[in-house]
Design a protein around this ligand. Sequence first.
Ligand code: NAX
Ligand code: K
Length: 516
Amino acid sequence: MKLYSAKQIYKADQISIKKEEIGSNELMERAALQLFNWMHLRMQGAPVKIHLFCGIGNNGGDGIALARHLVDHGYNLEVYVINYSEKRSKDFLINLDRLKDRKIWPHFMNSDDELPAIGREDIIVDGIFGIGLNRTPDDWVIKVIQHLNNSQAFILSIDIPSGLFTDQGPENFDAIIKSNYVLSFQTPKLVFFLPETGGFIEQWEVLDIGLDPEYLMQTETEYELIGKNEVLTLYKPREKFGHKGTYGHSLIVGGSYGKIGSVCLSSKAALCAGSGLVTSYVPRIGYTILQTALPEIMVLTDLEEKELTEIKFDIEPSVVGIGMGMGTSDVSIKAFASFLEQNKFPLVIDADALNILSKKKELLKELPEKTILTPHPKELERLIGSWKDDFEKLKKVKEFSKKYNCIVVVKGAHTIVVYNDKGYVNTTGNPGMATAGTGDVLTGVITGLLAQGYPALDASIFGVYLHGRSGDIAVESTGFQSLTASNVIDNLANAYLDLFKLPEQPVTEEENQSNQ
Ligand SMILES: NC(=O)C1=CN([C@@H]2O[C@H](COP(=O)(O)OP(=O)(O)OC[C@H]3O[C@@H](n4cnc5c(N)ncnc54)[C@H](O)[C@@H]3O)[C@@H](O)[C@H]2O)[C@@H](O)CC1
Ligand SMILES: [K+]
């Protein structure tokens, strides 16, 4: 699913109005009707108190138009207009008149007005600012926003939580509505998925207001949201006459004294992701551990007992996944540097290998094209330097990706795979996966996919999705706290099977009767 920018949404809006020969207020009416239907279906006329807060732009206009439908259906409604500017939008005014025709008079709130009492059982509808916000709200408006956040009432936001910019980072976190539910028009917004701002949205849903499909389809976006539909187009089915050689050979390099487990996890994950063969390359101490833990896997060892001192092998792997548990001792740095200088195989680089790259940036030029780097936030910071906000971070990652022609997997609650100017935002995964070893599993999965011939970008996007989906399936039986990295590996099979599961269909009346 594409994630459109505010500019693109405004453009789609204009094109739709022109093509369909409708007024902009008709589009607003469509939006308001969608909002109303959503609420009415769930509330079924319940007499709960609804406090509807509107701004004076089109987001407020949506709110005012919604108010008319709610009133027409007998809902218990109080409407407030936050008068933060004199420049009321045309469609806001049209809808205000329509509301007044029904003898409904909103409370017009100005800077020195008292804030209304809101019960914790009430519902707040937030239509103060939409995608048109272009500066931090005035102090008194921030006080209103804080008042709503502190009320403990359920907050339903129209289009986007008020106070959140669509395409830039926030300046003041106190100025943003904390939404329980966002009904977002046509497209979710990128900020819903970024670590700094994602917490302002508990749940979201898209309401289709029928913006011009042709424009939406043809328009390239900077970010895409990755769900099952998107990865299904990447999936490569197995061939009947395939053999283990067809599905590649993954070499997993890493480990040191006390950290052989990380190599076990990556190696097993590569195997379960479908790699035909897997070999692990570890210090000698890892030999018995790996051979005992993973009978399907071959093992090569360094001459040294406890750490890697030389990465040399006489096999021809399809791909090398490197770095987990490797440490950053001087000898291991040297081993990694000379490996990079001679290596000709595709690479997935993680953990300590990333830290070594950060310390010795001159090694970055040795990376084969489309090398995949999988940093967590701290590793990323060491690699690209610090950032002011998520948008600056993504800009820096894009520059880095272009400079070194590499793919960067920016790990987080919504991992974003970045290549060149484009970002792919993952939707699977859960907080239970914030546990030791899940990163090693991800490296293994991506390595295993590359081995099978997935192009590097597809392997990254698909690998991140599968890893998260395995975690989501696992957590159903483990709960968040007890989920382990091994549980994620154990559910890779289920994540694959889940790709082809159809959504559950409602039981028909006939089936119901025959079951009785
Ligand atoms: N574009 C579309 O396709 C549609 C948009 N609709 C609604 O329109 C919204 C966008 O409306 P607008 O562009 O009118 O903008 P908003 O309603 O988001 O913002 C109000 C206006 O206030 C001004 N403003 C921005 N920041 C301010 C600040 N900090 N203090 C004071 N004034 C400030 C701006 O001039 C802005 O236009 C969307 O979020 C959505 O809710 C819907 O009506 C349906 C169609
Ligand atoms: K809003």
